[in-house]
Design a protein around this ligand. Structure first.
Ligand code: ATP
Ligand code: MG
Length: 275
């Protein structure tokens, strides 16, 4: 579904304010996979999502989505995106914000209404359909933006800390709902989070990035099988959390001296095949 090949991003190259933001290298995400990106603040996670979404051009390398250049995938609206900030249109009601992707697709009015209603129920905001974004709390606005991203059932979802502003109970409920929807529709998800627990609960693989310029230092497989609330208490869950925490502190590629000497491993972004 996603293929990054030799991707780097440098902001303002050649200027005094030049920032080498991402050296993601090669990364592949298979159709139907749920992959999380985790790493310290400023390591380039949002930038990486924007590169996949073709909201930024890479400085080097190529991005392919569903076998097509990222720009074409964007034109064909192959993905939905939830940003770190809700990014709603202030002059549109909650309902009409959620309807927007369907409007852009030319979906008829009654179908749009029904679908928006369904999505708003999912995020627990059906009573606020007629409100304007400024009348909602930050977390409620973020839930509207999640409803909007899901409204036209895109094959790929790019989510940037979508649950960061939510209370723990709402967050856990939406995590469960998101997994349910993705499993039912075969949606591929790339999910940015600062929470190790969240990354482990949601993902098949967790991509661990280092500080700026963000490199993929390790990819941790999460062998947890089907997710339900009991998984959060399972010993395997805590083992996976420990493993991701270890990868964030001391990635294997920096630990193993023989490996670090081999030229294959010195350029940290190893070839990351979809499982
Ligand atoms: N438009 C831009 N122009 C210049 N530099 C930028 C721009 N956007 C991001 N950067 C820089 O790129 C680096 C990576 O930023 P990015 O937003 O991707 O980090 P992040 O991993 O998402 O951080 P956080 O976890 O805090 O959201 C930062 O050093 C930031 O200053
Ligand atoms: Mg970010």
């Amino acid at each position: 579904m996603i293929e990054l090949s030799g991707v780097t991003k440098v902001f303002n190259p050649g200027r005094p304010d030049e920032v080498p933001a991402v050296a993601a290298g090669d990364l592949r995400v298979g159709a139907g996979e749920f992959v999380s990106l985790i790493g310290p603040s400023g390591c380039g996670k949002s930038t990486l999502l924007r590169l996949i979404a073709d909201l930024l051009p890479p400085t080097a390398g190529t991005v392919t989505v569903a076998g097509k250049p990222a720009a074409q995938a964007r034109k064909e609206r192959r993905y939905g995106m939830v940003f770190q900030k809700a990014g709603l249109f202030d002059w549109r009601t909650v309902r009409r914000n959620v309807e927007l992707p369907l409007e852009l697709r030319g979906t008829g009015r009654s179908e749009r209404r029904a679908r928006a209603q369904e999505m708003l129920e999912l995020v627990g905001l059906s009573d606020f359909a007629g409100h304007y974004p400024a009348q909602l709390s930050g977390g409620m606005q973020q839930r509207v933006s999640i409803a909007r991203a899901l409204a036209d059932a895109p094959p790929l979802l790019l989510m940037d800390e979508p649950f960061g502003a939510l209370d723990e109970m709402t967050r856990e409920r939406l995590q469960g709902e998101l997994l349910r929807i993705c499993a039912a529709t075969g949606t591929t998800v790339v999910f940015v989070t600062h929470s190790i627990d969240e990354a482990v609960f949601l993902s098949g693989r967790v991509v661990v990035m280092s500080a700026r310029p963000g490199r993929v230092t390790e990819v941790v497989e999460i062998p947890l099988g089907e997710r339900n609330e009991a998984v959060r208490q399972a010993p395997e869950f805590f083992e996976a959390v420990t493993e991701v925490r270890r990868a964030l502190r001391a990635p294997k590629s920096e630990e193993a001296p023989e490996a670090a000497e081999s030229p294959k491993n010195t350029s940290v972004p190893a070839q990351l095949e979809a499982s």
